[in-house]
Design a protein around this ligand. Sequence first.
Ligand code: LLP
Length: 448
Amino acid sequence: MPYNETIKINAGHLEIGGCDAVDLAQIFGTPLYVMDEATIRRKARAYQETLVRAYPNSLVLYAGKAFLTTAMCRLMDEEGLGLDVVSGGELYTALRADFPPEKIFFHGNNKSEEELNLALESGVGRIVVDNLYELELLNALAARQGKKASILLRLTPGVEAHTHEYIQTGQVDSKFGIGLVGDQAFSAVRLAMSLRNIRLLGFHSHIGSQVFEAAPYQLAAEVLLNFVARVKRELGLAVKELDLGGGLGIRYLSQDDPPLVAVFLKDVVETVVRKVRELGLEAPRLILEPGRSIIGDAGLTLYRIGSIKEIPGVRTYVAVDGGMADNPRVALYGAKYEAIVANRADAPLEHVVSIAGRFCESGDMLLWDAPLPRVTPGDLLAVFSTGAYHYSMASNYNRFGRPAVVLVHSGQADLIVRRETYADLVAHDIMPERLRARGEGYLVATGS
Ligand code: LLP
C-alpha cells in the first residue's frame, strides 16, 4: 500500500478515487472491479508526454487486451493514445466508442477473414501481420476491397524476457511472429514488397509481459534495427516504423520494484537513437504498446467474505464471493497479490489466512498466507492491482455472472460495465424444439 496515489485509508475504511470502498460495495454489490480514472490518465500521460518529449516521432498505443470497454476506449482517446486490438470483438468495441480507426493497430496470430475484412472496411491504421499465410490472405482481401493495407510485420527477435513462460513471447520458439533467425523474416519482407495491395511500413516485436528491465527491449531494438539496415541495404526499402510492443511490469507486491515509465522510456529511446545513428538510418517512428502498466494498478477488486474454515495446526481458509472466474491469474501463472480488509483497513494484522474463491476447484485460490486482521463473515476484502487481465480474462465458470466494473473519479463512481444477471447467463441458450414439451421453465410457469 498504496498501489496508486488515490488509495487511502480514511476513518478505518479503504478509499479509492475519493470513494469509500464500503459504500461502493453496498451500492454496486460484490465482487466488484473498481478502476481509478485519475491513475489511468496519469499513467497514459506518463507514457505519452515522456515519449513525445524524448522522441517526437512516436506513438503510444494502449493494449486493449489488458482491459477494454467503451469507456476505456474513450479515456485513451481523450489522452491522445492509439489502440492495439487483437480481435474483431476488441475492434468492434473501439468502433462503438467512436475511437479514431486510423489510430487502431490490429494484432493477432490467426486473424480470420471476417476480422481482416472488418479491419479493412473500418480503415484501421495498421494491420500487424503475424505470418506468411496472413500476408497473402490480407493481400487478396485488400485487392477485393480495392484497398492497400498498411502493415507492420511481427518479428520474433530471439530475446528472452525474464517473466513467466506463458507470457514470454520474443524467444525463437514462440507461436507469434516470423523468426529473425535464418532467412524467414527477410523472405517475408521480399514477399510483402512484391504484393500489390500491401504497403509494408515497418516491424513489430513484443518480447513478453510483466518485464522489469529495459535491457531486453534495448536488445530487441538493436536486433530489429540491424534488420532494418539489412533491408535498406539489400532491398532498398526505408523502414518507417518500429513497434517495440508492450510488457512493462507493475507492482503486485510491496517488494516489487518496477522501473518508472520515464526511466524505462529514457533507456529504450537512448538505445534506438544511438543505434539509428550508428547504422546511418532514417529515424523510424517509434511505437510502444503498454497495457498492464497503464491499467494494472489503477484497479482493485472488492469481495465479501463468507465462510471461514479453520483447520487446526494447518491453515485457515477464508472464502470470498469471487475467485478464479474473476481472477484466473493465480491458477494460470501462480500470480501473487496483497489484500486488506476494506471496512477495518487500519486494524492490526494479527492473523495469517488463505483466501479461497467460491468456484468448484481446489485450485481456486486468490491468496496464500495473507496477513490480515481477524475477519468475520460480512467483512469486505480488497485485492490490489487487479486492473489488467482480470475483467478481460473473466469467465462464467459455474454459471456465475461476471462482476460489474465501476470507474471512480474525485468521489464520483460510474458503472461502466453492469453486473451480469441470471437472465444474461441463459440469454444464449437455445432449447431445441424436441425438448420443449415441458413448457418454458420455472420462472415462466410461476409468473416470476
Ligand atoms: N502488445 C502485444 C503484441 C501483446 O501481445 C501484449 C500482451 C501487449 C502489447 C501488452 O502487454 P502488457 O503491457 O500489458 O504487458 N494474461 C497475461 C498477460 C498476457 C499478455 C499478452 N500480450 C497476464 O495476466 O499476465
